[in-house]
Design a protein around this ligand. Sequence first.
Ligand code: ATP
Length: 450
Amino acid sequence: MSEKKDQEKAKVTLEKLVSLSKRRGFVFQSSEIYGGQSGAWDYGPLGVELKKNIQGVWWKEMTQMHDNIVGLDAAILMHPRVWHASGHVENFTDPLIECKGCRGRFRADHIDPKGACPTCGKKDTLGEPRKFNLMFTTHIGPVEETASTIYLRPETAQGIFVNFKNVVSSSRVKVPFGIAQVGKAFRNEIVTKAFIFRTAEFEQMEMQFFIHPKEEPKWFEYWKQSRIEYYSKLGIDPAHLRFHQHGKDELAHYAINAFDIEFLFPMGWQELEGIHSRSDYDLRRHQEFSGDKQEYLDQETQERYLPYVIETSAGLTRSVLMVLTDAYEEEVLGEGDVRTVMHFHPNLAPVKVAVMPVVKKDGLLELAQKLEMDLREDFATMLEPTGNIGKNYRRQDEIGTPYCVTVDHTTKEDNTVTIRYRDSMKQERVKISELVGFIRNNMKNYQRGQ
Ligand code: ATP
């Protein structure tokens, strides 16, 4: 058992996360060999697993744990009228200010429009704010003409609204019920920044909950609480989460009330998820623009009405940054000995169990190989074949593997192995025949630091 000599914790910076992500294969810069593409990032072998695991926990929370929420996977490309109806063509804009000196572009609400240019420092060069629409446009079909203009969706929500009637008529759902969706969204952000925090291409996890208008206060409160509590399932420190209520001037064009859940990112408190009360704005607008009635008929009361909607809208790629931030620790073990460890919740860890022989010889490598193969059915595993235990532990700590299983000479005699916990570095002896149940149980009851 290793003693922790020092509990000092180094502050995590974006630079450290970018560097670890590249070194270990979580996130790479898009098109790096061509100098990189701003606003886009690629998820490497471990990053894609982490992202899928976060998505899996969210999906389970929404669809499996609620009997009144169903899933959907709508196309990214939608009829252009959708975006006229939703208000995005008209309103989905940011105020843009350009510097006449260096041509730098800024969001007017992020700088002092009367001050000096934040890039070149010149005074009196900042122009008047103008509206800049964040939607990417492209063309569908062989002819580039206005009639063929199509948008890359800036949110997944509209795919849900236009399928409201399809879902009602094809499934057993009754108001109140929700539709959940995960998918890509695109925004031509004036400034993309902070690693994967604000990007042009990103993923959202959204759920629209359809309710009777009278029940708006009840459900808004329910989803506010439910969503903040959910983050404990990702193992996030509650002290790093808080609510921010939108003021009147902050509300989006469709919202009557909105709270953000903010997380303490390396660059400070920032939005992670929005909980929006959208009234019947979207269904009403689609009804108006399409001419197709969107009303819901309550079979019991025979009341016909347009349901109100409470939306929960979380960034998936932004959640990856949250999880990386919260998990990162540089633990000082001794003079000049720093252990970098990612304290991922075991449900999120890209690799759950690493299996290694204490030495490569005496048939121990083969034994470890066999054990790793046997565990694959139950867990995401990795074989560490080198026999260099110290180095293997450190590498697995850095990619956040919660359990390292070591095969040694005693294993050959009594079929037991050593299991070593990532957080505490404690070790225990476990029978191979009981290993799967043992790890499962441990994952279920995981507490950070164990
Ligand atoms: P902001 O005001 O910061 O531009 P927003 O309030 O418009 O963001 P929403 O439209 O509420 O954001 O989007 C819901 C969620 O989608 C956000 O909480 C965030 O997690 C995620 N998201 C939005 N824009 C981006 C982006 N450019 N890159 C990554 N994630 C994003």
